[in-house]
Design a protein around this ligand. Structure first.
Ligand code: SF4
Ligand code: FES
Length: 248
């Protein structure tokens, strides 16, 4: 396959960026989007030219490192991670626009690499899960109903990629934060910090400058883990619950 790529190029956080054109041919349709970029970079290296910087790690849809906006959509058209996007999903000869995740909270460090540390700081504000040390506790000592277990584990699949933030017209991080609060607050191990967790994380979101949620729903539509908007309702409920506890 053959493609024309319009790739965002930016030397550093301080510099202005622009789109650079690259022609790439002899691409295996079974190559992932990142493998296609590897191919472009290998050819640039052979010609002694500057390569394209982009993030990746697991390349299996697990770690949340990959973060490209492909044709205007965070992670591309298929609601899967960038690393799980394959070139067979594009028309032969297509022009594809490749940008970093776009958010005021994700400054571009170089080309397609952004600093998503703001999400880490929101997680840190949620405290720690208190765990029992010593002998492994009997599983029956901490019963969890199947419904709660399913809800918590679904939320726990959030990989922290930040596509939800990049897709949101408000730049909100509510889906991400809602997923973390739902995961941690529902399980027995998360009860110790439950009262203050949602409040602390929402304050951290505000401190970082993330926008507010007005239920556009774009976040959930691009989320590769299909995190439901329900977690935002859970976050709001937990926030109010925490505020009542602190007032009591
Ligand atoms: S909620 Fe979805 S889109 Fe947002 S960080 Fe988690 S996995 Fe990524
Ligand atoms: S590189 Fe790990 S999720 Fe894409």
């Amino acid at each position: 396959m053959r493609f024309t790529l319009e790739v965002w190029t930016q030397a550093s956080r301080e510099e202005k960026g622009h789109f650079e054109l690259y022609e790439v041919d002899e691409v295996d349709p079974e190559a992932s989007f990142l493998e296609m970029l590897d191919l472009v970079n290998e050819r640039l290296v052979l010609r002694g030219m500057r390569t394209i910087a982009f993030d990746s790690d697991c390349r299996e849809g697990i770690c949340g490192s990959c973060s490209l906006t492909i044709d205007g959509i965070p992670h591309g058209p298929n609601q899967v991670t960038t690393c799980q996007t394959y070139m067979r999903d594009f028309a032969d000869g297509a022009t594809i626009r490749v940008e970093p995740f776009r958010s005021a909270n994700f400054p571009v460090l170089r080309d397609l690499v952004t600093d998503r540390g703001a999400l880490d700081r929101v997680i840190q504000a949620g405290g720690y899960i208190s765990t029992t040390t010593g002998p492994q506790p009997d599983p029956n000592a901490m019963p969890v109903s199947p419904e709660v277990q399913e809800q918590a584990m679904n939320a726990a699949t959030c990989i922290g990629c930040g596509a939800c933030v990049a897709a949101c017209p408000n730049g909100a991080a509510m889906l991400f934060t809602g997923a973390k609060v739902t995961h941690l607050n529902l399980l027995p191990q998360g009860q110790v910090e439950r009262a203050q967790r949602a409040r602390s994380m929402v304050l951290a979101m505000d401190d970082e400058g993330f926008g507010g949620c007005t239920l556009y729903g774009e976040c959930s539509r691009v989320c590769p883990q299909e995190i439901s908007l329900d977690v935002i309702g859970m976050l709001n409920r937990e926030y109010r619950r925490g505020a009542r506890k602190q007032a009591a």
